[in-house]
Design a protein around this ligand. Structure first.
Ligand code: SAM
Ligand code: SF4
Length: 306
């Protein structure tokens, strides 16, 4: 029997671990890493099994931390497929992606979003606090070679990587894939101070229009978080403008972390654990927590998964 919330959450973002091999400046405070603590695939899958008793989830996006670091990533993907999840996606920093992407696709992964904040080595190191970004490029190219949909995501921070907007747009065009630029969010280490780094949608679009030809805005699909544009050269790119053009009203996403905590809203730090909870009540409360405007939170995306 489907509960009253069953139509309201169609997408689950599932953070399968909170470990990462990068330390992006907008996501974590510093480069300190804790000892890896992987929750086994069978436990992670049991959370989803429980949610599926009440929700008709159309899409599950696997995220993290860095999901490719989970030693049972392939089992998690095939377990989701066995449960009947038709659309399985993943968001990754791409660094170790080329090692697993072909088996992940064989096991049921349908598409991948890869984060890339810079083409130049210096800006890449500034943003990720990691020297070598070569693995990311080969992760992108091996995913494209498999023929699955691949998108790039770039978080733009004024003064740190805004000079990368045009080179990244050209990088995506050369590969025939879509890039989306994210306005930096008021979360984690940037909570309360993100504004000085914010590059609004209008400026991102203007930068691209100046070199790539005027970019016209396309119609936004219902439930899409992205405003898409087409340049005069015919290239389509996107902007996720949580500040300039909030999409909270359209949000149909539920978030689940590796400890079984459920979040109804990125902007609300409050969460509830699946263990022992009355699921219908938990989902109703998660739905009630949705906000109409993104306020931000001290919680890092590394735990919640973006
Ligand atoms: N490690 C993977 C990655 O980076 O793609 C997956 C997890 S990461 C938390 C998911 C997404 O959150 C990434 O695209 C990242 O750029 C984004 N993100 C993290 N902190 C952010 C912030 N303060 N503002 C905007 N986007 C952020
Ligand atoms: Fe890691 Fe992704 Fe956070 Fe960067 S944004 S530190 S890659 S979890």
């Amino acid at each position: 029997m489907q509960g009253p919330t069953s139509r309201s959450f169609e997408v689950l973002r599932f953070s399968i671990l909170d470990e990462c091999n990068f330390s992006c400046v907008y996501c974590v405070e510093d480069v300190r890493r804790s000892a890896p603590d992987f929750v086994p695939a069978r436990i992670l899958l049991s959370y989803v099994e429980k949610l599926l008793t009440q929700l008709k989830l159309k899409t599950i996006r696997i995220t993290g931390g860095e999901p490719t670091l989970h030693p049972e990533l392939l089992e998690i993907i095939s377990g989701l497929r066995t449960m009947g999840v038709a659309d399985i996606r993943m968001t990754t920093n791409g660094h170790t992606l080329s090692r697993v992407i072909d088996r992940a696709v064989q096991n049921g992964l349908g598409s991948v979003n890869i984060s890339l904040d810079a083409v130049s080595k210096n800006a890449f190191a500034t943003m990720s606090r990691v020297r070598d970004g070569e693995g990311v490029i080969s992760g992108i190219d091996s995913s494209i070679a498999l023929g699955i949909p691949v998108k790039l995501n770039c978080v733009v921070m004024r003064g740190l990587n805004d000079a990368e907007i045009v080179p990244l747009t050209q990088f995506a065009r050369e590969r025939g894939i879509i890039i989306r630029f994210l306005e930096v969010m008021n979360m984690g280490p940037l909570y309360g101070k993100s504004h000085s780094f914010l590059m609004p949608e209008s400026e991102i679009v203007q930068r691209i229009s100046e070199t790539e030809g005027y970019a016209e805005r396309l119609i936004r699909d219902a439930n899409s978080t992205t405003n898409y544009y087409r340049t005069r050269k015919g290239q389509i790119f996107g902007v996720i403008a949580n500040y300039s053009d909030p999409f909270c009203g359209d949000c149909n996403r539920l978030r689940l972390d590796s400890k079984g905590n459920v979040y109804g809203c990125l902007s609300s730090a409050s969460r509830e654990n699946l263990a022992g909870a009355d699921l219908n009540g938990l989902l109703d409360r998660a739905l009630a927590r949705k906000q109409n405007h993104f306020l931000g939170s001290e919680t890092s995306m590394k735990a919640i998964g973006g």
